[in-house]
Ligand binder design. Structure first.
Ligand code: ADP
Ligand code: ADP
Length: 226
């Protein structure tokens, strides 16, 4: 059974804008998928439908074989990472990272153990008691990753997560994403308009144009006619 399946998924916004049509995709557990295409082609809309932030207009979406069309975001085994990090500025790194577990009502001791473990995984031990606005973009994206991963999602959704970083940091975080994929076995769905990122990171690239899937290929076949 696939980790994620999209079957003829479509989206028309309430104002009549068609954003996505006939999107078919099956993703294996632990796979790294990139959605690649120009601005406005429907990448973010598709990601938001997988997260449950945006309703599906047509088709079906399954996670591990279960239809999730009507499952609210907080009950989906997904976490989403944003370009602008979306961290709480008034909370320490530790509190930002543990927030999802706090909301779930996890006991303090168990929460702290999990927070310590994920901070170590992402090399954030030394900044645990700082606030995010004192830290670099790379550190902030590591914090956002820690916050997303701490709830042990099956699928990590990343919306242009490297877009705000300079070239060196982009390379560093790219490498860390690949290590996390190998180490944690999490499935990645990664949105980008940068071919270099899709080529460096993905097992398969979904090329999108005007709301449609044009091609699905492994990186080495991106420029080969399917
Ligand atoms: P991106 O290209 O990175 O998806 P955009 O600049 O297109 O970002 O969109 C930024 C935000 O505005 C998103 O939350 C998106 O859902 C919303 N948005 C984009 N286009 C429209 C539109 N035509 N009407 C209403 N909201 C829109
Ligand atoms: P991408 O992520 O590839 O830049 P989007 O998924 O953001 O593309 O947008 C796909 C299409 O849907 C675009 O035409 C965009 O303007 C439109 N769109 C995005 N968000 C909204 C929204 N909230 N309301 C109406 N139209 C939207």
């Amino acid at each position: 059974v696939h980790d994620l399946e999209l079957i003829k998924v479509g989206k028309v916004y309430d104002n009549g804008t068609p954003a996505v049509a006939g999107f078919d995709l099956a993703v294996a557990k632990g796979e790294f998928i990139a959605f690649l295409g120009p601005s406005g082609c429907g990448k973010t809309t598709t990601l938001r439908m997988i997260a449950g932030f945006e309703a599906i207009s047509s088709g079906d979406m399954l996670i591990k074989g279960t239809r999730i069309n009507d499952v609210p975001p907080e009950r989906r085994p997904t976490s989403m990472i944003f370009q602008n990090y979306a961290l709480f500025p008034h909370m320490t790194v530790r509190r930002n990272v543990g927030y999802g577990l706090e909301v779930k009502g996890l006991a303090k001791a168990e929460r702290e153990a999990k927070v310590d473990r994920i901070l170590a995984t992402l090399g954030l031990e030394d900044v645990a008691d700082k606030r995010p606005d004192k830290l670099s973009g790379g550190q902030r994206q590591r914090i956002a990753l820690a916050r997303g991963l701490i709830v042990e999602p099956d699928i990590l959704l990343l919306d242009e997560p490297l877009g705000a970083l300079d070239a060196n940091l982009r390379k560093a975080i790219q490498n860390e994403l690949k290590l996390l994929q190998k180490r944690l076995g999490v499935t990645f769905v990664f949105v980008t308009h940068a071919q270099s990122e899709a080529l460096a990171l993905s097992d398969r690239i979904v090329v999108m144009n005007q709301g449609r899937v044009e091609q699905i290929s492994p990186p080495h076949q991106l420029y080969t006619r399917p």
